[in-house]
Design a protein around this ligand. Structure first.
Ligand SMILES: O=P(O)(O)OC[C@H]1O[C@H](O[C@H]2O[C@H](CO)[C@@H](O)[C@H](O)[C@H]2O)[C@H](O)[C@@H](O)[C@@H]1O
Length: 261
């Protein structure tokens, strides 16, 4: 059994990643900010719907948008629709479904096209499995599906077997291990690719990115932020290619707050 089946990648720190302080942050006037959502901006909780976005989080995003002249983006594995529900006041770009969707600052939604029949078929299989085994939670997305085992960790291997088989059966889709979950998503999508598209827009272009994320799916974007002369901040203890880390979302929010002051 792979170690991530049980702990969702949250292994012990084995690297020399530095703790992020204010001296490490770039000059805000020439910077932009990319924030992952779950586990970075807000705490991880028992189910996807149980996330609470407190007023201070909305206020922080408002302040960041003002201070950075609109150069703030949310980058998440969740669907854009779900993120808009959690962050109704946020008007910057929103990357959803691991880069498969982008809600641009002007409200336009672009989505990488997926074979709708295949998405429906693979979703049906996982939804039906969830009816047989209600200890799992099934989350549907516009271009894929997630099987969560956070509330049944003893059945992680079963979740992996099912999702591996379904992903193998569906050409053009791939298995994405996640925090106490397995996801089937479109191949060749990524948060880094969506980040590059946003960096090329007039608002963000020519600035250096600060990217904060906790997940394995954030790693390519953390690496990209640093390759672009910016800063990658890993949230939590998992191994990372980022140069800096912070312990949890509250530390990240405090760090951004101080940076913008
Ligand atoms: O890219 P992110 O914004 O970090 O989103 C990654 C996934 O987050 C959600 O699942 C995770 O968070 C849940 C709420 O804290 C937790 O219950 C679950 O165990 C985690 O896997 C979301 O449901 C997924 O769609 C995102 O892909």
């Amino acid at each position: 059994m792979h170690f991530y089946e049980m702990n969702g990648f949250m292994g012990s720190q084995t690297d020399n990643v530095a703790l992020c302080g204010q001296k490490d942050m770039p000059e805000a006037d020439g910077a932009c900010l990319f924030l992952d959502f779950d586990g970075t901006l807000v705490d991880i909780v028992s189910t996807p719907d149980a996330v609470e976005v407190r007023d201070d989080v909305h206020d922080l995003l408002d302040r960041a948008m003002t201070r950075l002249n609109g150069r703030v983006a949310i980058v998440s594995g969740r669907s854009v629709e779900a993120l808009e529900g959690f962050l109704p006041r946020f008007k910057g770009p929103i990357v959803g479904t691991h880069g498969a969707e982008i809600r641009h600052a002007d409200g336009r939604l672009t989505r990488i096209s997926a074979d709708a029949e295949k998405v429906a078929a693979l979703t049906r299989i996982v939804v039906d499995f969830g009816k047989l085994r209600p200890e799992f939670l099934v989350e549907t997305k516009p271009t894929g599906v997630v099987l969560h085992f956070r509330n049944a960790p003893e059945h992680a291997a079963l979740a992996m077997k099912l999702m591996e088989a379904v992903a193998h059966a569906a050409d053009g889709f791939t298995l994405q291990p996640a925090l106490m979950a397995y996801e089937i998503k479109i191949e060749n999508t990524g948060k880094d690719k969506a980040m590059q598209k946003i960096m090329a827009t007039k608002t963000f272009s020519g600035t250096v990115p600060v990217y904060a994320g906790d997940d394995l799916t954030d790693e390519p974007a953390l690496e990209l932020a640093e390759a672009e002369g910016g800063l990658g901040i890993k949230i939590g203890k998992a191994e990372t290619l980022a140069s800096h880390r912070l312990a949890d979302p509250s530390e990240l929010r405090a760090c951004v707050e101080r940076w913008l002051a």
